[in-house]
Design a protein around this ligand. Structure first.
Ligand SMILES: [Zn+2]
Length: 137
C-alpha cells in the first residue's frame, strides 16, 4: 500500500463502522448502541437499522477532569446528538469547547482510540465532529 492509496483504503473501512442502531419490533423505538433488550419496553425482538451519519447537536457537556484511569484526554466533550429522531450520547471531536455554542450539525467520523486492557489493543470508535456548512447526508 502506498501513501496515495491510503485515503481510499480509509474510506473503504468506514462502512464497517456504520452507525447501526436497534429498532424494537414491539414499541417501534430505536436505540443506539444496540443492546440485548429494548431500553423502553424490555422486548428482545429487535432489528438492526442504519442511522444517518449527520445529526443535530442538541446539547453537550465538557469534562475537564475525566477519570484518571480512562483512555480519555481532557477536555472530553460529550454531545447529545439526534439522528433522525434517535437521541444518542457520543464523544465530540475536532472542536474546541469555546466553539460549541455555534455548532448545530455534526457528522459521524471514525477515530482511533486506545483501548484499555492487557493486550493494549488499538480500536476505532465513532465520534462526531462539526459538519461543514452546507454538508448533506
Ligand atoms: Zn421497545
Amino acid at each position: 500500500m502506498t501513501w496515495k492509496s491510503l485515503p481510499a483504503w480509509w474510506r473503504g473501512r468506514i462502512p464497517r463502522y456504520r452507525l447501526v442502531g436497534a429498532r424494537c419490533k414491539q414499541c417501534g423505538r430505536t436505540h443506539y448502541p444496540p443492546s440485548q433488550a429494548c431500553p423502553y419496553c424490555g422486548s428482545t425482538e429487535l432489528e438492526p437499522v442504519a442511522l444517518p451519519r449527520m445529526g443535530r447537536l442538541l446539547s453537550y457537556t465538557v469534562i475537564n477532569y475525566p477519570p484518571g484511569d480512562s483512555r480519555l484526554e481532557a477536555p472530553v466533550i460529550l454531545g447529545l446528538v439526534e439522528l433522525d429522531g434517535v437521541k444518542i450520547i457520543a464523544e465530540l471531536t475536532d472542536v474546541l469547547p469555546e466553539e460549541l455554542p455555534n455548532i448545530e450539525t455534526v457528522e459521524a467520523v471514525v477515530r482511533r482510540v486506545e483501548e484499555q486492557g492487557e493486550a493494549g489493543v488499538i480500536g476505532y470508535a465513532i465520534k462526531f465532529r462539526p459538519a461543514l456548512k452546507g454538508a448533506k447526508e
